[in-house]
Design a protein around this ligand. Structure first.
Ligand code: NAD
Length: 312
C-alpha cells in the first residue's frame, strides 16, 4: 500500500518506520528542513522501547510530492491539521483513506472540508513518542491503535488499515465507538496536560495536591456534559475520575506534552481540548468555567513566554 505520513514528527516517524518495516511503501512528509536533511542523508534513527535502529526512509515537503496515495496518516499537532490538509489535497484521490489519530476534539469537522466522509478513519493511540534531535526519535509502548470509519457502514477501508497496523506491530483494533474513546482521551489531556502545564509540575505532584478532587470533578463534568449534549456520548464522571487516578498512579512523575510545549516555547493544543469544550459549551448555553479559565491561563502563559499563538 502507498502510504504518506503527513506530519513526520515524533509519532509520525514511529508509525512510518513500523509500516515501512512491514513492507508498505511509505513516504514521510514534513516542512522541517533540518529533519528532512538528516533523514535524507543518514536515515531515520529511532529507538523503539529502548532498542535503537536506523532505517533509510523517503522524506520531502508536501509540495514536493505528487503521487496519489492509498492511505495518508495525518500526524501534525491539532493546530497544523488544516494547513496540512490544504498542502496535501493534490495527493488525495477519490479512494484515498485519511487516518487521524490526533489528540483533541473537532478534527472530523476539519477533515470533512477536504475529504469525503466515507474515506475518513478516526481513532486514538496510546503509543508515545518524542524527538531527541532532527532525524532522531523515540517511540514507546505497546499500543493499541483504535480505529473506526466515520461512516460505519463503509468499514472495509478501516479494516484494511487495522490489518496493516497489526502486521506492522502497531496493534490496530477496530472499534465500534471511537467517539467515546476520543472523549475519554480528551479528558486525560484536558486534566493531566492542562494542570501539569499550568502548575509547572509532573502528574504525580499534581495528583497529590489537596485540590485534585475538585479540579478533576469540575473539568470532567464539563467534558461529560458537552459529550452528552453534542455527540450523545455517555461519559460517567465518577468512573472517568477513577480511571484518571489509576492512570496517574501508573505513569507517576511524568511531564505531559503540554508541559514540554511550554518549556520549549511551543504553542499548545489547548484550543482543541479545554478550549474546544469552553467554546462549544458557550454555543450550546452550557456552563464550562473550569475549561474557560484553564484555556485563558494557558494562553496567558503562552503570551508571557512570547509564544506565537496557534490559530484554530
Ligand atoms: P510533533 O510536533 O512531534 O510532530 C508534528 C510534525 O508535523 C512536525 O514535525 C511538524 O514540522 C509537522 N507539521 C505540522 N504542520 C505541518 C504542515 N502544514 N506541513 C508540513 N509539516 C507540518 O507532534 P507529535 O508529538 O508527533 O504529535 C502529533 C499528534 O499526536 C498531536 O495531536 C499529539 O497530541 C498526538 N499524540 C502524540 C503523542 C506523543 O507521544 N507524541 C501520543 C499520542 C497522541
Amino acid at each position: 500500500m502507498k502510504i504518506a505520513i503527513a506530519g513526520s514528527g515524533a509519532l509520525g516517524c514511529g508509525f512510518g518506520y513500523h509500516l515501512q518495516k512491514s513492507g508498505e511503501d511509505v513516504t514521510l512528509l514534513d516542512n522541517w528542513e533540518q529533519h528532512i536533511q538528516v533523514i535524507s542523508e543518514n536515515g531515520l534513527t529511532i529507538t523503539v522501547n529502548g532498542v535503537e535502529d536506523n532505517q533509510a526512509m523517503k522524506i520531502c515537503k508536501p509540495n514536493e510530492f505528487n503521487e496519489e496515495m492509498d492511505a495518508i496518516f495525518v500526524f501534525t499537532k491539532s493546530m497544523g491539521l488544516k494547513s496540512m490538509m490544504k498542502s496535501i489535497e493534490h495527493i488525495i484521490g477519490k479512494d484515498t483513506k485519511i487516518i487521524c489519530l490526533l489528540n483533541g476534539l473537532g478534527h472530523l469537522q476539519t477533515l470533512e472540508a477536504f475529504v469525503d466522509k466515507k474515506n475518513i478513519i478516526m481513532g486514538t493511540t496510546v503509543w508515545t513518542a518524542g524527538i531527541d534531535a532532527p532525524g532522531i526519535t523515540h517511540f514507546d509502548g505497546q499500543g493499541p491503535v483504535e480505529l473506526q470509519n466515520s461512516v460505519p457502514e463503509e468499514k472495509d477501508g478501516a479494516l484494511q488499515i487495522v490489518d496493516i497496523l497489526k502486521k506492522s506491530g502497531l496493534y490496530g483494533v477496530y472499534s465500534d465507538n471511537v467517539n467515546y474513546t476520543t472523549w475519554r482521551k480528551a479528558c486525560v489531556n484536558g486534566t493531566m496536560n492542562a494542570l501539569c502545564a499550568l502548575l509547572d509540575s509532573n502528574i504525580e505532584e499534581v495528583f497529590a495536591t489537596s485540590t485534585i478532587d475538585s479540579m478533576l470533578s469540575g473539568i470532567v463534568t464539563e467534558f461529560a456534559t458537552l459529550a452528552k449534549r453534542q455527540d450523545d456520548i455517555n461519559l460517567d464522571v465518577e468512573e472517568t475520575i477513577t480511571y484518571l487516578k489509576a492512570l496517574a498512579e501508573k505513569v507517576g512523575a511524568h511531564y505531559p506534552s503540554m508541559h514540554q510545549d511550554l518549556a520549549n516555547k511551543r504553542p499548545t493544543e489547548i484550543d482543541f481540548l479545554n478550549g474546544s469544550v469552553a467554546e462549544a459549551s458557550k454555543r450550546l448555553n452550557l456552563e464550562a468555567p473550569y475549561c474557560q479559565n484553564i484555556t485563558d491561563l494557558i494562553h496567558a502563559k503562552e503570551d508571557i513566554l512570547g509564544i506565537k499563538r496557534a490559530t484554530k
